[in-house]
Design a protein around this ligand. Structure first.
Ligand SMILES: Cc1cc2nc3c(=O)[nH]c(=O)nc-3n(C[C@H](O)[C@H](O)[C@H](O)COP(=O)(O)O)c2cc1C
Length: 213
């Protein structure tokens, strides 16, 4: 697959089939993850794949509780004044929570000595891009680490005294729908040159991949 196609179309893919992800695809996903950069090449990461129905059943209620706390708290005003696009994102996030146990595979990414997150999220994104290249959808989630970190670590048997922190959980599955280009505010609205607020010097009115003549 063209690298730009993967970059532009790797969306949060939350509507997926229950079909299992083959082992060779799982290998490719994790092998791509460990190719990512980390500060000082320290590779202070661990990756835990989860496909146990019993463990998913224990984590699902925690995930749903965390999302409910987020939606009833910090996100409440945003949900109330969301436009159609915003409402779709919240409905999609709720869908993931409601179907947590139905995702055939999850990746739990752990890191230590990484206050910025800069040494784990490149690896997570590599994993998501590799999944995309194999036709597998993924969604990065932070709910369990934010609201139920201790219990999640206990359920997954993570040693308590070694400093491991849950960076995120990624769900995987073959999409029920189609891949599309991620809609975003255009480059020239969010980028500057030399001084804050100064124009970057070009505009990008349409995504540069997928709109070639
Ligand atoms: C740091 C981070 C945390 C996220 N946490 C969650 C989450 O807890 N639950 C969820 O459903 N999606 C989560 N997402 C996915 C975002 O909602 C998604 O990337 C965003 O809406 C853009 O979606 P799109 O690429 O499909 O346009 C997270 C994404 C990032 C980068």
């Amino acid at each position: 697959m063209d690298v730009f196609e993967a970059l532009y179309t790797t969306r949060a893919m939350r509507r997926v089939k229950p079909d299992p992800i083959p082992m060779d695809v799982q290998r490719a996903i994790l092998d791509a993850a460990v190719r990512a950069p980390s500060g000082g090449n320290a590779q202070g990461w661990r990756f835990l794949l989860l496909d146990s129905p019993e463990l998913k059943a224990r984590l699902g209620p925690l995930y749903r509780d965390g999302l409910a706390q987020l939606f009833d708290g910090y996100y409440k005003p945003l949900i109330e004044k969301a436009d159609d696009q915003g409402r779709k994102v919240f409905a999609s996030a709720q869908h993931l929570a409601d179907h947590f146990e139905g995702y055939p595979l999850m990746l739990f990414a752990f890191v230590r000595h990484d206050p910025s997150g800069g040494s784990i999220f490149p690896a997570v994104w590599n994993a998501q891009l590799a999944a995309r290249a194999h036709g597998v959808g993924s969604a990065l989630t932070s709910i369990l680490g934010l609201f139920h970190a201790e219990e999640t670590l206990r359920i997954l048997g993570v040693p308590e005294d070694k400093g491991w922190q849950l960076a995120c959980t990624v769900t995987f599955g073959y999409p029920t729908g189609r891949w599309g280009v991620a809609p975003r505010r255009p480059v020239h609205e969010v980028s500057y040159r030399n001084q804050w607020s100064e124009p970057v010097g070009f505009t990008v009115d349409e995504p540069l991949w997928g709109n070639e003549p």
